[in-house]
Design a protein around this ligand. Structure first.
Ligand SMILES: [Mn+2]
Length: 333
């Protein structure tokens, strides 16, 4: 495999681009682009099982049905690749064993995509990447200029994890503490298991976060919770950062991740939720994180992540065309 950028570590760099869209390596090539897929191949932020640095490549390779890309969406009635200019901006030049340096590189490249007026779709990588993504968003739109819809098993609101501030368990705490995120703009759902604990929940409540646990999603129905998330986000900001931790899925559907937690969503449920969110709000950034191929089985986790990106891209195409899918069925306003 040829290197894409001069300072790539061995595991950095595109094998096949996402859905074989054109590879762009220069910011000038982002002119006129609607969506830029960007890999963030680092996992020094994990607290348990590593491997997410191999996520971007695995997600891109999860399916390769050749070129030119064509993916008509059966439910939305749109082919995103026919309506949008989608490119692959390659991988961030992650620096092995230096998470902070990798974050600097990611923040810069997300900033380049935003400056071009395109939507960054980041393939993780561990969830610490949300900090540099939000830094870039705050730089462009202000810390209160975007809302967050965060789908995850964990809230990632620790002040520290094992004494470490820059971790995959801290980005949404850091965002508020460091001033690049407005806590009252954050809606999280799918939380379950043993963390966060009372301390983190107390801080989240005091900071204005709203969250719905998995049990609440079951009690009320996922569609109702998604509608609440959409209404919440729309009230707070004109654009939304949608961040999806693949461990929101049940390990039966996504074993390839670092901190699996039984009792999660099915892939079908999460695809529908992401589709409904992305058809109902203007996205500022989107990512899928924590895909760890060494723990995957038959590539099902990477494939789920690939499809979550496709759902998002398809929904963006629908909105660009001025349409929204079946809004009367599920909007609660
Ligand atoms: Mn997470």
């Amino acid at each position: 495999m040829q290197p894409n950028r001069p300072h790539e570590a061995s595991y950095v760099g595109v094998g096949v681009t996402f859905c074989r869209v054109p590879l762009v390596l220069d910011p000038a090539g982002l002119a006129g682009v609607d969506i830029a897929v960007l890999g963030a191949p680092f996992d020094e932020g994990v607290s348990y099982r590593p491997g997410a640095r191999f996520g971007p490549r695995a997600i891109r390779l999860a399916e390769d049905v050749g070129t030119p890309p064509s993916r008509p969406h059966m439910e939305l009635g749109v082919d995103p690749f026919a309506e949008l200019r989608v490119v692959d901006y390659g991988d961030v030049e992650a620096v092995p064993a230096d998470l902070a340096a990798s974050h600097v590189a990611l923040r810069r490249m997300v900033g380049e995509i935003l400056a071009a007026g395109a939507l960054p779709v980041v393939l993780g990588g561990d969830h610490s990447l949300s900090a540099p993504v939000m830094q870039a968003l705050a730089e462009r739109f202000g810390p209160d200029g975007y809302a967050v819809i965060h789908v995850d098993t964990h809230a990632d609101t620790g002040a520290e994890v094992h004494g470490v501030v820059n971790s995959h368990g801290t980005p949404f705490y850091r965002g508020v503490a460091e001033g690049f995120l407005t806590g009252s703009n954050v809606f999280q759902f799918g939380l379950r298991g043993a963390w966060p604990g009372s301390e983190e929940f107390a801080w989240m409540g005091a900071s204005g976060f709203r969250w719905r646990t998995m049990e609440e999603c079951l009690d009320r129905g996922l569609d109702a919770v998604v509608a609440e998330a959409v209404a919440f986000a729309r009230e707070r900001a004109p654009r939304v950062y949608l961040t999806v931790d693949i461990d929101a899925l049940d390990p039966a559907f996504a074993p390839g991740t670092g901190t699996p937690e039984p009792g999660g969503f099915s892939t079908r449920e999460l695809l529908r939720a992401v589709r409904r969110i992305a058809t109902a709000v203007d996205l500022a950034a989107m990512d899928v994180v924590e895909v760890s191929p060494p723990y995957d089985v038959a590539g099902i986790t990477a494939l789920a992540a690939h499809r979550l990106v496709l759902e998002t891209i398809s929904a963006v195409a629908l909105r660009k065309g001025g349409r929204e899918a079946q809004p009367a069925r599920w909007e609660t306003g």
